[in-house]
Design a protein around this ligand. Structure first.
Ligand code: AHG
Ligand code: MN
Ligand code: MN
Ligand code: MN
Length: 332
C-alpha cells in the first residue's frame, strides 16, 4: 500500500497530511484541516517574530496574564493569531490558552476538537533573538456537537490526545507533530511559504549526555533532585539550558538528553503547565521512544485539576528519565 512507503523527504506538509489521513479509518479530514489551520497560524507568527525588531511589537504589553507573568506583545499577538486561525478553520469548538484565564469558545459548536495551546513559549527570550516556540495539544470533544465545549471536554488526561506538536522559531522554523503514528518534523521555507518534510519518523536516543535544568534554583532542589544533578556532573554531561522549553526539548529530542523543571521554592509544583506544555511534549517524546513524568507518575496520566494546573516535568531520553526517577524514589 502506498501509505506504507516512507514519504520522501521534501514532501510538503499539506501533502503529508493528506497522505497520512488514509492511516485513519473513517477519517473525514477534519483533523487534517485543523493541522493545516495551525500551520497557517505558525507561518503568520513566524513572520511577526522575524520582524519584531523592526515594527513596534517587541517589549512588554503592559498586562499580566493569569500566570502572573508580564505579557510580552508577541505573547498577545501569537495568541490572537492562533485563536483566529482556529476560529476561522471551523474545526475547533473550544480553546485553552496560557494567555487566557477562561476557556475561549470559538462559536464553532459543530467543531469536534479542543485545542490547548501555549501560543508563545520562551517569552523571556523574545527580545534577545533566542529561539522561542508554540506548543499545542488536540483532543476530540466528549460532549455532543451543537453545544459549546464543556470543562469535561477541556480537562481530559494526556492519554486522550489525538495529536500534539510544537513550532520552533529558531535558526530555521520547524513544525514537529504526532497523531499517534510516530513523530515527523517539517522545515519552513519562507520564500515558498511551505513546510517541507525534513525529519521523517524522529526517534529520540535512548540515552544522552545533556541535562537541562535551571540550576539557579538548586538551593531549593529536593535531595533526590540534587543527587541526580550531581550524578550528571560526575558523568561529565553537558549542561544546556536555553530558557525556552521548546528549544531545549527539540535539541534533546534529536540528540538525546533530559529536560527537568522540578519543584522549586518559587514554583512548588514546578512552573510548567500540564495542559499546553507538559502533555503535548510528553505525547511527542513517547511517540519518539522517550519518557515523560512528574518524577514519579507518567505525565499523560496526571489528572488535570484545572486548565492552568502546573506539574513538575522530567522529559527526554528514557534511560535518563528513569535514572532521575530512581534518585527521587530514594529520597527519605
Ligand atoms: P512561557 O514563556 O510560555 O511562559 O514558558 C516559559 C517556560 C519555558 O519555556 C522555559 O523553559 C521556562 O519557562 C524557563 O523558566 P525559568 O526562567 O524559571 O527557568
Ligand atoms: Mn511555555
Ligand atoms: Mn507562553
Ligand atoms: Mn508565559
Amino acid at each position: 500500500q502506498h501509505d506504507k512507503l516512507a514519504l520522501p523527504v521534501g514532501t510538503t506538509l499539506d501533502r503529508f497530511i493528506m497522505r497520512k489521513q488514509e492511516d485513519f479509518p473513517y477519517a473525514t479530514g477534519e483533523l487534517s484541516q485543523l493541522l493545516r489551520d495551525i500551520a497557517l497560524a505558525a507561518k503568520i507568527v513566524n513572520r511577526e517574530i522575524n520582524r519584531s525588531g523592526l515594527i513596534d511589537i517587541a517589549g512588554a504589553y503592559g498586562n499580566r496574564n493569569v500566570q502572573g507573568e508580564d505579557q510580552q506583545k508577541l505573547d498577545v499577538i501569537a495568541n490572537i493569531r492562533f485563536i483566529r486561525a482556529l476560529r476561522n478553520g471551523g474545526e475547533v469548538c473550544t480553546i485553552i490558552s496560557e494567555e487566557d484565564e477562561e476557556v475561549i469558545q470559538t462559536g464553532n459548536v459543530q467543531g469536534k476538537y479542543i485545542v490547548a495551546i501555549d501560543p508563545l513559549d520562551g517569552s523571556s527570550n523574545i527580545d534577545v533573538n533566542v529561539s522561542i516556540g508554540t506548543i499545542f495539544s488536540i483532543y476530540r470533544r466528549v460532549s455532543p456537537t451543537g453545544t459549546e465545549g464543556t470543562m469535561a471536554d477541556c480537562l481530559q488526561t494526556g492519554t486522550n490526545q489525538v495529536a500534539a506538536g510544537y513550532v520552533i522559531y529558531g535558526s530555521s522554523t520547524m513544525m514537529v507533530y504526532t497523531t499517534g503514528n510516530g513523530v515527523n518534523g517539517f522545515t519552513y521555507e519562507p520564500s515558498l511559504g511551505e513546510f517541507f518534510l525534513s525529519h521523517p519518523q524522529i526517534v529520540t536516543p535512548q540515552s544522552g549526555a545533556v541535562y537541562s535544568v535551571n540550576e539557579g534554583s538548586s538551593n531549593s532542589f529536593s535531595s533526590g533532585m540534587a543527587a541526580f544533578v550531581t550524578y550528571c556532573k560526575e558523568a561529565n554531561y553537558s549542561a544546556r539550558y536555553i530558557g525556552s522549553l521548546v528549544a531545549d526539548f527539540h535539541r534533546n529530542l534529536l540528540k538525546g538528553g533530559i529536560y527537568i523543571y522540578p519543584p522549586t521554592s518559587k514554583s512548588p509544583n514546578g512552573k510548567l503547565r500540564l495542559m499546553y506544555e507538559c502533555n503535548p511534549l510528553a505525547f511527542i517524546v513517547e511517540q519518539a521512544g522517550g519518557k515523560s513524568s512528574n518524577g514519579r507518575t507518567r505525565t499523560m496520566e496526571l489528572r488535570p485539576e484545572d486548565m492552568h494546573a502546573r506539574c513538575p516535568l522530567f522529559i527526554g531520553s528514557k534511560e535518563l528519565v528513569e535514572k532521575a526517577e530512581e534518585f527521587l524514589a530514594q529520597e527519605e
